[in-house]
Design a protein around this ligand. Structure first.
Ligand SMILES: [Zn+2]
Ligand SMILES: [Zn+2]
Length: 179
């Protein structure tokens, strides 16, 4: 698999800046393991720093040249939209910008805009919720709980059906933490 070197990425970047962008932009190589690329617009971030496009060193080394090229064009579509509209998402306007840069608008690279990162963090927090799966050894019923159940918790329907509605150790749930 042919990969893109940092020098090649820099050359492509310089060419695309000259071709499509008016403001000053820099390319940086990030250590991100989660997102391939990120476009940061200074006016939007209000950091007083420069506009920059970041590419993950990790992905650069493990992604094919052709895919990385699409990531760069994808980020440039964001950059053009930022310059023109001070905002960028993956909406219809960004898709128009993709036509300018030649990016494939159907491909999204998670987390490359600040908004997308916030969204992703929200999702991660939600997904971080602990989940226990309780399985009844008798009837196979599965119950989901968000906290660790008491070790003596038994399957109610089996206790009712087979033990005169009294608790039985025979029907203790098998508890497995799945998340
Ligand atoms: Zn994007
Ligand atoms: Zn049961």
């Amino acid at each position: 698999m042919k990969i893109m070197t940092q020098e090649e990425a820099q050359r492509l970047f310089d060419g695309l800046v000259r071709k499509h962008l008016k403001e000053h932009w820099i390319l940086r190589f990030t250590n991100s393991a989660r997102s391939l690329g990120i476009t940061e617009y200074k006016h939007r971030l209000q950091t007083g720093r420069v506009n920059r496009i970041g590419l993950s060193k990790h992905y650069l080394a493990h992604t094919s040249y052709i895919d990385m090229l699409d990531v760069i064009k994808h980020e440039f579509a964001h950059a053009i939209e930022f310059e023109r509209h001070n905002t960028s998402s993956h909406g219809w306007r960004w898709k128009q910008m993709c036509r300018i840069t030649g990016a494939d608008p159907s491909r999204l690279y998670q987390g490359e805009t600040p908004t997308a990162i916030k969204q992703m963090n929200r999702e991660r927090r939600t997904n971080a919720k602990i989940i226990y799966e309780l399985t009844c050894p008798k009837c196979g019923r599965v119950v989901i709980k968000n906290r660790k159940p008491n070790a003596t918790l038994a399957c109610g329907s089996c206790c009712k059906k087979y033990n005169h509605n009294r608790h039985s150790k025979d029907y203790l749930f098998k508890v497995e933490r799945i998340r």
